[in-house]
Design a protein around this ligand. Structure first.
Ligand code: C2E
Ligand code: MG
Ligand code: MG
Ligand code: MG
Length: 288
């Protein structure tokens, strides 16, 4: 389809980008009602100890069951929710649901889990970081659910903290002092200022999937190996735990384990799924 723009000039309109533009607008305006109607749901993806393969917890990943478009991935609607500010109530909802779920796992596991209770990782968008209610909302949710702060890990992307001043770091520091873990998500994708790490109240580095992808060959590219080795040793010397994302093969898992990474997440272990699935995985694990 060509849109005539007068004279002998014309533009080709990309029908796909047109459709995207319409749905973008449609999705944006549908977001608030979707939250009220309960169209969002959360999938959980296990976090696995690379040393012994045990399930240590899970990351909460939000999805939107749209009445016309079906299940939408967060990449489709989180940016829209950030743009309109709906991310604040949506993020609060995700946090509360996830912490409740963590309590349910912990209750069902009880003393049967010799490996320690399951923990929950929740993503925070930069808009939530600058929202003044973050610390109080988190405290309230933990109190309401009776979950200890050290069962919770909040994931913030490296880019959200680039050039972060003290005002931005203050709420994260408060949460870290309470015992909540802070993870630096997608680490290594942006401008990674390693020296800056010391200043940040983080206790977990989540190495981006691109590093995992470069471990596809066994042995992997020697330069990539050196880079990951360097990051891991620096992280450990700063008392940070290293989690790797996007592990899809056993070879990648083995390579990353040898390099000293602590925790892994990826399709090789499990895709994101309903909460019952995590319970089954963890239970199998605890009983042998
Ligand atoms: P993320 O936090 O880096 O989450 C990891 C993403 O990698 C998830 O995509 C997950 O499904 C995907 N993944 C996991 N294992 C593998 C693997 O082995 N291979 C590949 N190719 N992918 C894998 P998802 O669920 O589509 O989420 C995308 C992003 O949306 C997340 O990236 C996170 O930044 C954001 N997000 C998800 N839930 C929330 C939320 O509740 N709040 C906020 N603010 N952001 C969220
Ligand atoms: Mg994450
Ligand atoms: Mg990530
Ligand atoms: Mg990512």
């Amino acid at each position: 389809r060509a849109k005539s723009a007068g004279g002998n000039r014309f533009e080709l309109a990309d029908p796909e980008s047109d459709a995207r533009a319409i749905t973008r607008h449609g999705l944006t305006t549908a977001l608030p009602a979707a939250l009220e109607r309960g169209e969002f749901f959360i999938e959980y993806q296990p976090l696995v100890n690379l040393g012994d393969g045990s399930v240590r917890g899970a990351e909460a990943l939000v999805r939107w069951l749209h009445p016309q478009h079906g299940v939408l991935s967060p990449d489709r609607f989180i940016p829209l929710a950030e743009h309109t500010g709906l991310i604040v109530p949506l993020g609060r909802w995700v946090l509360e649901q996830s912490v409740r779920q963590a309590r349910a796992w912990r209750e069902r596991h009880g003393g049967a889990d010799a490996l320690g209770p399951l923990r929950i990782n929740v993503n925070l968008s930069p808009c939530q970081l600058t929202h003044p209610g973050l610390v109080q909302d988190t405290v309230d949710i933990l109190e309401r659910t009776g979950v200890e702060p050290d069962a919770l890990c909040l994931e913030v992307t490296e880019s959200a903290l680039i050039g972060a001043d003290d005002d931005l770091l203050k709420p994260l520091r408060r949460l870290a002092e309470m015992g909540v873990d802070i993870a630096l998500d997608d680490f290594g994708t942006g401008y990674s200022n390693l020296a800056n790490l010391r200043r940040l109240p983080v206790s977990v580095l989540k190495l981006d999937r691109s590093f995992t992808q470069s471990m596809q060959q066994f042995p992997a590219d020697p330069v990539d190996l050196k880079i990951v080795e360097g990051i891991v040793s620096l992280a450990h010397s700063l008392d940070l735990t290293v989690t790797v994302e996007g592990v899809e093969t056993g070879a990648q898992a083995e390579q990353l384990r040898i390099l000293g990474c602590d925790t892994a997440q990826g399709w090789y272990y499990a895709r994101p799924g309903p909460p019952e699935r995590l319970h089954e995985l963890a239970l199998v694990d605890a009983t042998g």
